[in-house]
Design a protein around this ligand. Structure first.
Ligand code: PLP
Length: 410
């Protein structure tokens, strides 16, 4: 495909979401294609954080737990996330990290399936998902079974308590069929736990329409909640009554301020809280979630597919001679909102691109990953990023020694 800068600008002129870019603060001269690791800063966030810090914390102090409903923030923001993922308001709560929420929900699934001890996942799932199962395995509570999803027909048996999968794979962006895999799990009496980290905020997610049981997701990627934003957890309402919380903290107690010696779980999702919620981070996350809800996930998904297809078509036409191969599914409908390219020198290429003003990221051993956050990425950004990638490869600027040294966070 040969598309020109004028073509890209024409796409931007026709883009119904183009104006939303002004709702984000992005530095001049940077093309930011890393929204799938850390979403950009919403323009409203600094003001909200200043208000929460100076007025609520600084002046109203402890009274803000009631006066500004800090105590209800985990549920309030969860309720705002719910429509983005096909859930009801009372089925989602914001708490802790994805990792910690996974541990809670894996333990809850095991408790709902007595006599079954296997958690089934796929090799190459996001490491923390597999590590959380391994942690429970070391405590003798379950065992991890790994099989490619094509082999789930054999791998699903009467020992499987739950299937644990990412809806969008963090490296390849391949999308799993939530409806089909949930149905297959249920046919064998197993539950499902979906990690929505690379899906939420970029594409529609249909937890309840597909009959999913549990889910977790990330607040700092396409929800633009800021570094270390808290994560969320979903449990279908039919499981609420029997939901066992293993991390029995006082904030998930039925009456935290009764200070009883004995634990008694709060009704519903509130029991998934453990400790005191991070109010500043929740305030920032709420801004991002509102913004994504206002833009609308269907429109975001349509734009994301168009942008990622432009990138793939362009790079396939202009960079194939330099050893770049597509590592994502070629069809837009089979992909999430990022594009993965494979090259043996992916690390220095990624560094050279960052030096050229295009921020993507590297995933070991050989993946270049470009997050297409449709709320603020333009067609012109994609065109320019492809030109700079082409230049880095053609002129081999990635061979400069300064691009070889690995930093702590890649
Ligand atoms: C980003 C991401 C996480 C993050 O986990 P935290 O515990 O919140 O750091 C988990 N799972 C997947 C699939 C991710 O992409």
């Amino acid at each position: 495909m040969s598309w020109t800068l004028e073509d890209a600008r024409a796409c931007d002129a026709a883009d119904p979401l183009a104006d939303w870019r002004s709702h984000f603060l992005l530095p001049e001269g940077i093309i930011y294609l890393d929204g799938n690791s850390l979403g950009a800063l919403p323009a409203a966030t600094p003001g909200v954080l200043a208000r929460v810090t100076e007025t609520e914390w600084g002046r109203h102090l402890i009274s803000s737990w009631n006066r500004h409903d800090w105590i209800g923030a985990s549920q309030r923001v969860g309720a705002r996330i719910a429509p983005l993922i096909g859930a009801e308001a009372d089925e989602v709560i914001v708490a802790d990290s994805v990792s910690v929420n996974l541990t809670k929900l894996i333990a809850a699934a095991l408790a709902l399936r007595p006599g079954r001890g296997v958690i089934l996942s796929e090799p190459g799932n996001f490491p923390t998902d597999l590590y959380m199962v391994q942690g429970l395995e070391r405590m003798g509570l379950c065992s991890l079974r790994l099989a490619p999803v094509e082999d789930f027909a054999q791998a699903l048996d009467g020992d499987v308590a739950a299937v644990l999968l990412s809806q969008v794979h963090y490296k390849s962006a391949a999308v799993h069929d939530m409806a089909a895999l949930t149905a297959a799990a249920h046919a064998h009496g197993a539950l499902t736990i979906w990690d929505l980290s690379h899906a939420v905020g970029a594409m529609p997610v249909a937890l309840n329409p597909t009959g999913a049981d549990f889910a977790v997701g990330c607040g700092y990627k396409y929800l633009n909640g800021g570094p270390g934003a808290p994560a969320f957890a979903f449990a279908a309402r039919r499981h609420h009554a029997g939901l066992e919380q293993s991390i029995c903290g006082w904030m998930g107690h039925a009456a935290p301020f009764a200070f009883d010696d004995a634990y008694a779980p709060a009704p519903g999702m509130k029991r998934l809280l453990a400790g005191t919620p991070p109010i500043l981070s929740l305030a920032a996350l709420e801004v991002g979630v509102r913004l994504i809800g206002d833009i609308g996930v269907s429109a975001l998904h349509a734009k994301s597919m168009a942008l990622s297809q432009c990138l793939i078509d362009d790079v396939s036409a202009t960079c194939a001679d330099f050893g770049i191969a597509l590592a994502s599914p070629p069809e837009a409908g089979a992909r999430g909102s990022h594009v993965a390219l494979r090259h043996p020198e992916a690390y220095p290429i990624c560094q050279a691109l960052i030096a050229a003003g295009v921020v993507g990221d590297f995933r070991a051993p050989d993946i270049l990953r470009f997050g297409i956050a449709p709320a603020y990425v333009s067609f012109e950004d994609i065109w320019t990023a492809a030109r700079r990638l082409e230049a880095v490869l053609r002129h081999e600027t990635w061979r400069a020694p300064e691009f070889a040294a690995r930093q702590t966070v890649t």
